[in-house]
Design a protein around this ligand. Sequence first.
Ligand code: URA
Length: 399
Amino acid sequence: MTFFAPSSFAGKGKPISLPQCGACGLYRGCKSPKMPFTGSANLNMLVVGESPGENEDEQGRQFVGKAGQCLRQLCDEAGFSLDDCWLTNSLICRPPANKLEDQQIGYCRPNLLNTIAQLKPKVIVLLGGSAVESLIGSEWGGDIGPMSRWAGYTIPSSKYGCWICPTYHPSFIERSNRDPLLWKTVREHLAQAYKLAKSPGKAPCCPLDALKAKVEVITDPRQAKARLMALAVAEGVLAFDYETTGLKPERPEQRIVSASFCLNGEETFACMVNGLIPSYLSLVLKNPKLKKVASNLKFEERWTRQKLGHGVANWDWDTMLAAHYIDNRPGITSVKFQAYVHLGIGEYDHWVDEEKKADGANELNRMAEANPEDMLMYCGLDSLLEYLVMERQKGVLGL
Ligand code: URA
């Protein structure tokens, strides 16, 4: 947790870590307690490992043991020297027998965040699951899952204003007896990070507040009708998204609570779906001059058929399908994950997790009871993010 020094203090306004550092007690049992970052500013790149090992603890410097040698060799092959980077770890004290506990990563996280605030690196390389848990866990809500889900992405983090580049830990490579495929993969990830460090300009930032400012929350049904009538005769690319009372639409009590639209990436709004709105919604979805985009289009198609009595005309893109086509790893296709790895948008939907919970696929959730303004903002962000993710995916595919 970070607090800011009050104006009466020296260093006013600077972030201060609460004294969680020390709560794990590890500093008592090691030779180099609370090891500060080391290294050089030459590349403006911070490399984050797991924790100091025996050699590091002896010498008071990161990556001087076997894993360090492996990492050095990989960096050399990737075209740069580890000596030109700053180095730190997700734990800055050596844990006994090099065994980490999740809670320790949480206690030590403010140390990493303070290091980042101080150095303002252009690129952060995260080596292994502990480093990913420590940094990505601070801005991406939800379970981090396995390391294999993150390795190789170059994430333009909005919160930290830099590129975040996760890859596998050198000890993992050593344990695999330097498996040639793993070696090549990590070398490529490091080369990517180096290329970003050398590229002109900073990581492109896409702050959540700037996106929220683009979403119009429409609670007046007359206004909603007018906007839908305009979409019914519009042309271009339309990303759309529903919030519903459940996963499956077949039960009559299930209903579409709200809908949102992002037209050509320029105009985004969300409105409730009640009263006469479904008939105007139908005109929009039947408009053949609008190419439709969704995340998991079979969900929107199924609900449209069941509740509006017709299909959606002119499907053009499904961000979920495209994500799977680009990269077939599990756990990466949601718009939330795609928005994070492509746009650096961290947590934007945490409040809705509870509202969306239901006892089963056919049961009702609590979306209909949610605060309408909050829900419409969330719904609108989903359409805008779908559109932006589609653009990035088309870029990756060279379309
Ligand atoms: N040395 C470090 O400093 N960190 C690691 O994660 C491994 C070795």
